[in-house]
Structures are given as C-alpha cells and as structure tokens.
Ligand binder design. Structure first.
Ligand SMILES: Cc1ncc(COP(=O)(O)O)c(C=O)c1O
Length: 403
C-alpha cells in the first residue's frame, strides 16, 4: 500500500523504526523561529484573510485549518506519523481509545446491521455494544475467541463488520489476523482490529489486509500515563467518512494532549524494546514460580497462541496476566498490595508499571457466575510492565509472592 503523503524529509524508504518514530510525518516546512519541537496551536478557530480566501478553502478543499473540531496542525503531524508507523495510507485521531471504538462502530453501522466480535474484549467495548449499540437496533454477536468456525457461522446477510482485539485484554489471546481478514474478504465484510496491546511495533494488521486498525494511544503509543487519545489507521478512502463522523460527534482530541502524544512517540521504539523484554522476562519468572498457577503471555511456549505470536509478532509487549495458586480474592489482593514498584491503577503501556486485580478494578459489580463466564477468576492479576529495570521488577514480584 503506498502513502499519498509526501515522504518525510529526514526519512527514506529504508529508514528504520527509531528514525521513523522521531522524524516521520513531521512538517517539511521549517518550524516557527527555528524551533526543533512542534509548537502547540491553542486555537479553537483559524481566521481567513477575506471572504474569497474562505471560498477558496471551501471550493478547492485547501489543506489548512478552519475550526479545531476538524483538526489542528499538531494533530495532522501525529496522524501522518501514526499512518507511517502502521504502514497505512492514513490515520485519524480521537479524544480517547473508546472514542475510536465507538466512532468506528457508530460511523459504520445502522439499524438492522449486525456486528460479529470475538468475545475476549476490553470490558467497556463489550458494554458499549451490549448496552448502547443495541439501542440503535444494531445486533452484536459474540463468538468464542479464536473459534473461526463459530465466527463463520455467526455471519449473516446483515453482518457489516468483524471486530477483534489482538492480543486481547486481559487474556492476551493472539488472533490469526491473516485468517480473520481472509474470512471478512471472502464474505465481502470489513474487518477491524483493536491492536492496542500489540502496537504497530509488534504487529501491523494492515499488512494482513485488515481494514481498520484501532489503538488506545493512551497506552504504549503515548507511553507516559499522562494523556488520553485514540486512533484508527486505514486506507484514505475508509478514513474520510470516519473523520466526517468524528467532526459531527465532537470526538476530536485537543492540541496539548496531541503534543504530548507526538513527544511520546519519539521514544516509541526504545520503550517498546524494554516493554517487550520486561514482559517476556517477567512472564518466564512467573511461569517458574511455585505460587503461580497460570501465566497468560503469548511469548511463553505453553501459551495456546504461542505459534501465531512467534509467526506474526516481533514481541508480546509488557502486559502479563497471571493467577495465584490456591488463592481467594483477598489472598490475591495481598500479593497486589505487597508490590512496591507497580502502582494499583487502571491502564497499561506506560513507562510506570501498573497492576490490577481484574475482579476488583473492572468486574467488581459482576456476579461470580458472570465473572466465570467472562474468564475472570478471583485470583487473577494483570501486570503492565513499565520500562523499569528488569531485575528490579522481578525482585519486587519475588518479594510480593514470597509473603
Ligand atoms: C484494548 C483496549 N481498547 C480500548 C481501550 C480504551 O481506551 P481509552 O481508555 O483510551 O479510552 C482500552 C483501555 O484500557 C483497551 O485496553
């Protein structure tokens, strides 16, 4: 797939990841006053010199700013950079990851349409489909994750979109994206993947012919636990209606957050290398620990999707989910509370390690039967390894599990 954008001036066709992360998509014009970093444009609106200039903008669709709900200069730079990192023609930014998910589904689906999803999903995505999309007469069919026969069987003439996460949150299942895309293509149905836990560093779903790649940029892409953002990468043609809907729905992000995202992206490769290394080392440590019952990490040979991960992913990221052997929810909570480095908080993918017990953080109001059906046992812990020193993280886990 070729990009319609001019090549970024400090990168070429053979540029490597860090070079792209730092330079790709940046404005080719010198920045104001020679600044090396992009300035933030705190404008809600942009003035035209006279009426003819406004008419020219409308008629000739000139690439300039008009009103910040439709974009700002920093946003354009981030969108170009994300598209290049993703290997896509174009990208559109959103206020949050959930705005990207809901923005795609609301822009694509109408009353009477059906959506088919693999059932391991970020809980709010599932709730949005069950509780909100259903109000508009859109039916969601959930299929056991990775079961392609059931996925195929769930497709009906009303199906408009196939959606999955890969790796899934919090179970870390990896989807065979080539198969997923092929199934959609064979039925003339578009496919979407929320690849937040992978990032384009670890897998680029566009290369497998997936139509829409979604990210909560809040996580690894921004990387510093200090902003909210979401994105979708796709072909230029597919992005345009999404951008239009985003403008109506007001799902646009703000210049300050976008500036921080741009800044975070500069160190993307360095951070991902450490997240991948920490995730792998911590998963191996946990798998060998006598107090650990099960480790969900696709980089471990025993994981059911190990082969798919080896074939399609460069690394498996920093999120490691595990269960504590023979522990009830309070004993599990004591392990969480004994950790010193990771803080108890929602989110993942930032430089600071974070930890949560899914039962408490996302599923507290669910009945034990509901949690069981969703694969959330009481003794489950989700750890998001940051970029701290690997040995320090492992030493901390050793002391917490030793208590
Ligand atoms: C896989 C996945 N998708 C989407 C989201 C939503 O992102 P945000 O919190 O930026 O709205 C999350 C948040 O945890 C997530 O883990």
């Amino acid at each position: 797939m070729t990009s319609p954008l001019p090549p970024p001036h400090r990168t070429g066709p053979n540029s490597h990841w860090s070079t792209l992360a730092v330079h790709a998509g940046e404005d080719q014009e010198p920045k104001p006053r020679g600044a090396v970093a992009d300035p933030i444009f705190c404008a809600s609106t942009y003035a035209f010199s006279d009426t003819q200039a406004l008419i020219d903008f409308i008629v000739q669709k000139q690439p300039r700013e008009e009103y910040a709900r439709y974009g700002n200069p920093t946003e354009k730079t981030v969108e170009r950079k994300l598209a290049i990192l993703e290997g896509a023609e174009a990208a559109v930014l959103y206020a949050t990851g959930m705005a990207a998910v809901s923005g795609l589904l609301l822009a694509k689906l109408s009353a009477g349409d059906e959506l088919v999803m693999f059932d391991e999903l970020y809980q709010r995505t599932r709730e949005f489909c069950e509780n909100e999309l259903s109000r508009f007469g859109i039916v969601t069919r959930f299929v056991p994750t990775g079961d392609f026969d059931q996925l195929k069987a769930a497709i009906s003439p009303a199906t408009r979109l196939l959606f999955c996460e890969s790796p899934t949150n919090p179970h870390l299942s990896v989807i065979d994206l080539e198969r997923f895309a092929a199934l959609g293509r064979n039925h003339g149905i578009e496919t979407a993947v929320d690849a937040t836990l992978a990032t384009p560093y670890n897998v680029r779903p566009i290369e497998y012919d997936i139509d829409y790649v979604l990210h909560s940029c809040t996580k690894y892409l921004a990387g510093h636990n200090d902003l909210l953002a979401g994105s979708i990468a796709a072909s230029q043609e597919k992005i345009e209606p999404l951008r239009k809907f985003r403008g109506y729905a007001g799902m646009t992000n703000a210049p300050h957050a976008e500036y921080l995202l741009l800044r975070g992206l500069k160190t993307f490769e360095l951070r991902m290398q450490r997240h991948n290394a920490n995730g792998q080392a911590v998963a191996e440590f946990l798998a060998a620990h006598p107090r650990v019952e099960r480790v969900y990490y696709p980089g471990l040979p025993g994981h059911p999707n190990y082969e798919i991960a080896q074939r399609t992913m460069r690394g498996c990221g920093g999120v490691v989910t595990f269960t504590v052997k023979g522990a009830d929810w309070q004993q599990t909570a004591r392990v969480v509370d004994a950790l010193r480095l990771p803080q108890i908080a929602a989110s993942l993918g930032g430089v600071e390690s974070l930890v949560e017990q899914p039962l408490v953080l996302s599923y507290y109001e669910f009945t034990p039967e509901q949690r069981l059906a969703l694969g959330i046992p009481d003794n489950m812990i989700r750890l998001s390894c940051g970029i701290e020193n690997t040995e320090d993280l492992i030493a901390d886990l050793a002391q917490a599990l030793g208590k």
